[in-house]
Write a protein that binds this ligand. Structure first.
Ligand code: ATP
Length: 259
């Protein structure tokens, strides 16, 4: 289970301070895919970096599978798998070496790691290039290695930050199948993506983050009823229009008003 407890993070001090995350609390149960959605600059990556133990919260905490990130960041790292568009691979390693390297890093015994690497290579279609250097892999092949790498240590929690960035339709489809698989394996998943239509289909629940604050939370049906909008795209446009006032939006339908 992933639990964020009143997480806050500011950068800088005084009037110039950026309050990137302002009191974020949420819970993701095993087997649940939670879409943490928000426009650019909403605070998603900052929140994920705190959950991962890469950035110290100004206040608050995140608890992964019962372990507090502020008290025990190294134990938390063992319990989380990260897939990120910006995570590169070591170019001089092969995919097989990459999987073994990460297994080692997380303390997976080497005989288990060998069998697991072969199993994941099969599942993610890496077999044909398992012993080629990562430097020569395409974006799609690199992403497949990244997906396999993230689950080598079988973490109960998964964070996916823009996992489809730069991928074609087939690559995108593969990522969403991976998400479905993670749910079937009862992992707790947080997914951040700007692919709103896909997120609508694949996430069980959503948190709409704007300027560091969770503005709406719930299933798609709950969000639709809270916002009066049909799609996540329309909900996003409303959030942005609130700030910038430059978009002319049709008024939300009033309850009971003639249509
Ligand atoms: N190291 C930093 N120093 C100063 N400001 C930062 C730092 N990291 C993030 N910010 C600011 O915090 C705010 C939230 O950024 P963050 O990257 O978390 O947003 P995001 O929701 O992930 O956006 P995107 O969808 O564009 O990736 C932004 O205003 C950003 O400029």
């Amino acid at each position: 289970m992933i639990e964020l407890r009143d997480l806050q993070r500011s950068f800088g001090h005084g009037p110039a301070a950026v309050h990137a995350v302002r009191g974020l609390s949420l819970r993701v149960e095993p087997g649940e895919v939670y879409g943490l959605m928000g426009p650019n600059g909403a605070g998603k990556t900052t929140a994920l970096r705190m959950v991962l133990g890469l950035l110290k919260p100004t206040s608050g905490d995140a608890v992964i599978d019962g372990v507090s990130v502020t008290e025990n960041p190294n134990e938390v790292k063992r319990r989380i798998g990260l897939v990120s568009a910006s995570a590169g691979l070591y170019p001089w390693l092969t995919p097989r070496e990459t999987l073994r390297f990460f297994a080692d890093l997380y303390g997976v015994p080497s005989d288990v790691a060998e069998a697991r690497a072969l199993d994941l290579a099969e599942r993610f279609g890496l077999t044909a290039f398992l012993d080629r250097r990562c430097a020569g892999l395409s974006t799609g092949q690199t992403q497949r290695v990244n997906l396999a790498r993230a689950v080598m240590h079988r973490p109960p929690a998964m964070l996916l930050d823009e996992p489809t960035r730069g991928l074609d339709v087939v690559g995108t489809q593969r990522v969403f199948e991976f998400v479905r698989h993670l749910r079937d394996e009862r992992r707790a998943v947080i997914l951040c993506t700007h692919r709103l239509a896909e997120a609508e289909r694949f996430c069980d629940r959503f948190g709409l983050l704007h300027r560091g604050t969770l503005r709406h939370e719930g299933t798609l049906a709950e969000l639709q009823s809270a916002t009066g909008r049909e799609t996540l795209t329309e909900m996003f446009v409303d959030l942005l229009a609130e700030d910038e006032g430059f978009l002319e939006r049709p008024a939300k339908p009033q309850a009971g008003a003639p249509t």
